[in-house]
Design a protein around this ligand. Structure first.
Ligand SMILES: [Zn+2]
Ligand SMILES: [Zn+2]
Length: 306
């Protein structure tokens, strides 16, 4: 392993560890920490992509060499990957470009990403061109570039979900190109956070739980204990995703909404409605439809009618 490879690897893991620490703090309600998580995640990805370039050819990571390849791609009207192959086959001396420079400049995230996308296309015949990965990276990059200039207008959840997608894509990326096993590299203290992010469903559940908790404290805020009984706070099973994540929501037509990210369903057979005959609340899935005037009749009243 060259010294640069070693440094990149160490630094990328450090960045990931920092990103995870800040992420956890962000999850615990510190929005400022989330901002730093974005910066460290972007840095982690940048270093990871450089490691990837080095794994193909150590010279690829240097800006001077990369520019030469881009020049060639332009003249030959081919993509940078093909241009690189041609130069290499022609015995082009990349070493001469950086020789004598003790600290040559290395490529930016976009260049590395551009090369990785082409490479991914070629290995998998275009199957694995993970556009979402690239889109998430550009989104994160934009966010990083603007973070100091504009107010944090995104919801904290959007940011957390994006970081989760990037971490999952990075795990796949490391596997595809045999770069390293991230789970083995990160610090023990962050393993819980890493594991949660590594699985999309687990992350979504964590987000749902946090939303539910927030809704519940909002509903009870400022009330005295003897008023608690008047608050209708029920948790129902979502008919769409099957999770017990449906809680009261002011904007929902049914009064309830599932808090799982990407779900947001408002229907559950478990939501209680009052019986149109006796007025006792019952799960709407158990109600019988009698007629237009009595759409919801509870099992009790229904059995008396026989
Ligand atoms: Zn749901
Ligand atoms: Zn009834």
């Amino acid at each position: 392993m060259t010294e640069l490879t070693f440094t990149l690897r160490e630094n990328s893991i450090d960045s990931l560890n920092e990103a995870l620490d800040k992420f956890q703090q962000g999850q615990d309600g510190n929005v400022r920490a989330l901002k730093f998580s974005i910066l460290f995640t972007a840095q982690f990805i940048e270093l990871l992509l450089k490691q990837y370039l080095i794994s193909i050819d150590p010279f690829l990571v240097y800006t001077k060499c990369f520019r030469e390849i881009q020049k060639k791609a332009k003249t030959d009207k081919v993509d940078i990957r093909q241009a690189y192959e041609t130069l290499k086959a022609d015995g082009f001396d990349f070493n001469a470009l950086v020789k004598g420079d003790p600290n040559p400049h290395t490529v930016a995230l976009d260049d590395a990403l551009g090369f990785a996308r082409l490479e991914m296309c070629s290995i998998t015949g275009g199957e694995l061109v993970d556009n979402d990965f690239a889109d998430d990276i550009s989104w994160l990059k934009q966010l990083r570039n603007n973070i100091e200039h504009f107010e944090f207008t995104l919801t904290a959840q959007e940011v957390r979900l994006c970081i989760g997608r990037i971490v999952r894509a990075a795990i796949d990326f490391c596997e595809t190109f045999s770069l390293m096993d991230l789970a083995d590299e990160i610090g023990k203290e962050r393993f819980h956070t890493f594991e949660m992010l590594a699985d999309e469903y687990t992350q979504h559940r964590t987000e749902a739980k946090a939303e539910m908790k927030r809704g519940e404290s909002d509903a009870f805020r400022g009330l005295r204990p003897k008023e608690w009984q008047f608050v209708e706070w029920n948790v129902y099973r979502c008919d769409a995703c099957g999770e017990h994540t449906m809680v009261p929501d002011d904007e929902s037509a049914t009064g309830y909404k599932c808090k799982m990210p990407l779900c947001g369903n408002e229907e559950s057979e478990d939501i209680e409605v009052p019986c149109d005959v006796c007025g006792v609340p019952c799960a709407n899935g158990d109600m019988q439809y009698w007629d237009e005037g009595l759409p919801n009749v509870c099992p009790q009243c229904n059995s008396h009618s026989d």
